[in-house]
Write a protein that binds this ligand. Structure first.
Ligand code: GDP
Length: 357
C-alpha cells in the first residue's frame, strides 16, 4: 500500500506526533486481521461520515474506514545529502515512500532547543528542501551522462534524457520538482525525492490553532502543497482519551476534529487516492483505489479473483441511497446502475460486484 514519509529537523515534534499516530493506529489495526504494524509505521483511519450512515442503513456490525500509512523517517540533518549523520539510510528510506510530509516547528517552548537556535519555519522548510534537492541533483547528474551515452545508440532513450535535463534545470534554481509541476513516466524513472507530492504539518501551540493570520502566512510558504496545523503535544494527549473526553478537549481549543484526522484526510488526498464503499450486515467499509480506477480494478482491491472473474457491478451513489433509504428502494427508483468493465469508479459509489469464480 502507499505510504507517507514523515520527515523534519530534530526537536520539531516528529516522535510526539508519531506516537499519537501509532496509538490511534493500533486501535484501528485491531480491526484489520492481517495488518502487521512495524515500529516505524503508524496507520490512521480516514474519517468518513458516510460510513456510520451506511452502517445504519445496512445494520452493519462494524465500520472499516480507509487508512493511510505514515512512516517515521529519522535522520534528516543538515548535510544528509552528503551522507552526514545517517544520511544515506535516510535517503534510502524516503525513496521508498509515496509522499513526503514535512513536520515544521512553530510552537514556542524555551525548554525545547531548536537545532538552529531560533524558531523560523521558513528557514527550516528551506533547510529540508535543500537536502532533498541536493540528493536529487546527485541522482540527475549521475543519470545524464549515462542517458547521453545510451541515447546515442538508442533514440528511444531521448525522452528520458530530456526529462533528466529538464529536472536538472529546475533543481539548479533551488526548486523542487513537485513545485515545478514537471512529471511523466520518463521523469518517474529517476525516482527523484522532490518529485513526490509534499504536504506540511505545522506543529503549533494550541492557541495558534485559531490564529488565521498565522495559518495563512504558513500556507503561503508551502503552496501548492497542503498545510495541516496541529499541536503534536495535544494530539498525544487526545490519543489517551475516550471519544467524549477528546471532543471536549478539542472544543476547548476551538477545534471540531483532531489534527490526526485532518492529517489522514489531507494525506489520503495527497497520495491521489479515492474510495468506494461496500456495505452489508457484517460491515460497512471504504476501499482505497487510485483516482481513475475502473470497476474491475476496484473489485481487485477486495480480492484478485474478483478482478479476474469480473462480470458487472451494481452501483448506487451514496447520496441517492441515503435519499431513498435502501438498496431495494434504489432499484425500484431506477437509481441502481449496472456498470461494466470500462466503468470508471466515482467517489461515493456504493458497490456490489458480480463475478465468476
Ligand atoms: P523530534 O526530535 O522531532 O522527534 O521531536 P520530539 O517529538 O522528540 O519533541 C521534542 C521535544 O519537544 C519534546 O520534549 C516534546 O515534548 C516537545 N514537543 C513536541 N511537540 C510539541 C508541541 O506541540 N508543543 C510543545 N510545547 N512541545 C512539544
Amino acid at each position: 500500500s502507499l505510504s507517507i514519509g514523515i520527515v523534519g529537523l530534530p526537536n520539531v515534534g516528529k516522535s510526539t506526533l508519531f506516537n499519537a499516530l501509532t496509538k490511534t493506529g493500533n486501535a484501528l489495526a485491531a480491526n484489520y486481521p492481517f495488518a502487521t504494524i512495524e515500529p516505524n509505521v503508524g496507520i490512521v483511519g480516514v474519517p468518513d461520515e458516510r460510513l456510520p450512515k451506511l452502517a445504519e442503513i445496512f445494520g452493519s456490525a462494524r465500520i472499516l474506514p480507509a487508512k493511510v500509512e505514515f512512516v517515521d523517517i529519522a535522520g534528516l540533518v543538515k548535510g544528509a545529502s552528503e551522507g552526514q549523520g545517517r544520511g544515506n539510510q535516510f535517503l534510502a528510506n524516503i525513496r521508498d515512500t509515496d509522499a513526503i510530509c514535512q513536520v515544521i516547528r512553530v510552537f514556542n517552548d524555551p525548554d525545547v532547543t531548536h537545532v538552529d537556535g531560533d524558531i523560523s519555519p521558513k528557514r527550516d522548510i528551506e533547510t529540508i528542501n535543500t537536502e532533498l534537492i541536493m540528493a536529487d541533483l546527485q541522482t540527475v547528474e549521475k543519470a545524464i551522462p549515462r542517458l547521453e551515452k545510451e541515447s546515442r545508440h538508442n533514440k528511444d532513450k531521448k525522452p528520458a534524457l530530456e526529462a533528466a535535463q529538464a529536472a536538472l534545470a529546475v533543481l539548479e534554481t533551488g526548486k523542487t520538482i513537485f513545485e515545478s509541476g514537471l512529471g511523466g513516466p520518463d521523469l518517474r524513472e529517476l525516482h527523484l525525492l522532490t518529485a513526490k507530492p509534499f504536504l506540511y504539518v505545522f506543529n503549533v501551540d494550541s492557541d495558534e490553532l485559531v490564529d488565521d493570520a498565522l495559518k495563512a502566512q504558513m500556507s503561503a510558504l508551502v503552496a501548492p502543497a497542503e498545510a495541516v496545523f496541529l499541536d503534536a503535544k495535544l494530539e498525544s494527549e487526545l490519543a489517551e482519551l475516550d471519544e467524549e473526553e477528546a471532543m471536549e478537549l478539542l472544543e476547548s481549543v476551538g477545534q471540531h476534529e483532531s489534527g490526526l484526522s485532518k492529517l489522514a484526510r489531507v494525506g489520503f488526498e495527497t497520495l491521489g487516492l479515492q474510495t468506494y464503499l461496500t456495505a452489508g450486515p457484517k460491515e460497512s467499509r471504504a476501499w482505497t483505489i487510485p483516482k481513475g480506477a475502473t470497476a474491475p480494478e476496484a473489485a481487485g482491491v477486495i480480492h484478485t479473483d474478483f478482478q479476474r472473474g469480473f462480470i458487472k457491478a451494481e452501483v448506487v451513489s451514496f447520496d441517492d441511497l441515503v435519499e431513498v433509504g435502501s438498496i431495494a428502494a434504489a432499484r425500484a427508483a431506477g437509481k441502481a446502475r449496472v456498470e461494466g468493465k470500462d466503468y470508471v469508479m466515482q467517489d461515493g459509489d456504493v458497490v456490489e460486484f458480480r463475478f465468476n469464480v
